[in-house]
Design a binder for this molecule. Structure first.
Ligand SMILES: [Mg+2]
Ligand SMILES: [Zn+2]
Length: 207
């Protein structure tokens, strides 16, 4: 069982454009591809967990969500980076599309998406990290016992300024690149502090 990095999508990996309903509006932040490639290199699985209530609201289809993730994969691959799994919640209790209009266990901060990823990919949630731009991401991380990082991109700057009842992030940083640096610094806190960091990492591939 390996630790993983669970990433929110909108406002964390790509610009938050509200309900993303057109592939032409997919815009990675300038550091996203390089950051994910670095996480790949240190052997940390990267898993996207995203609420897509636009499906329940009738704004776009699950097929569109899948097409968005294929486009993201293509752009990541062009930069030598890879996401290990995409999980999304299409539900919302007050949605207008009946099959999706219900409470569910997967809408963040519910833990359903991480529970599924843990089973599918053999991950250790308690040693993992959750990165996102909203308190619902922090809440998700807390729910599964992971460490949590709030980024100030997307709605993160506004969320960071608003105290969330009963919730604190382990770190609040400017963006995904800073979050990855924090993760790599905190990956081996329980191992020999005198050893070289990279010798403790599970290096899957060489630079
Ligand atoms: Mg977000
Ligand atoms: Zn759901």
């Amino acid at each position: 069982m390996t630790p993983a990095v669970f990433l929110d999508r909108d406002g964390t990996m790509i610009e938050d454009v509200g309900y993303l309903d057109s592939l032409s509006r997919v815009a990675f932040y300038p550091w996203t591809v390089d950051t994910i490639r670095m996480l790949n290199r240190v052997g940390l699985p990267v898993v996207v967990v995203t609420n897509q209530s636009g499906v329940a609201r009738g704004l776009f289809s699950e097929a569109f969500v899948a097409a968005t993730h294929r486009l993201m994969d293509a752009r990541l691959a062009a930069g030598g980076a890879r996401v290990d799994g995409y999980y999304y919640c299409p539900h919302h209790p007050s949605g207008s599309v009946q099959v999706y209009a219900r409470p569910c266990a997967c809408r963040k901060p519910g833990r359903g998406m991480i529970d599924r990823a843990v089973g599918d990919l053999g991950l250790d949630a308690a040693r993992s990290f959750v990165v996102g731009d909203s308190w619902s991401d922090v809440g998700l991380g807390r729910a599964v016992g992971a460490r949590t990082i709030l980024v100030r991109t997307g709605s993160g700057a506004a969320d960071a300024a608003l105290p969330a009842e009963g919730l604190t992030a382990d770190a609040v940083v400017d963006n995904l690149a800073a979050a990855a640096s924090w993760i790599i610094r905190h990956l081996n806190l329980n191992s020999n502090p005198n050893s070289d960091l990279t010798s403790n990492l599970n290096l899957k591939s060489e630079i």
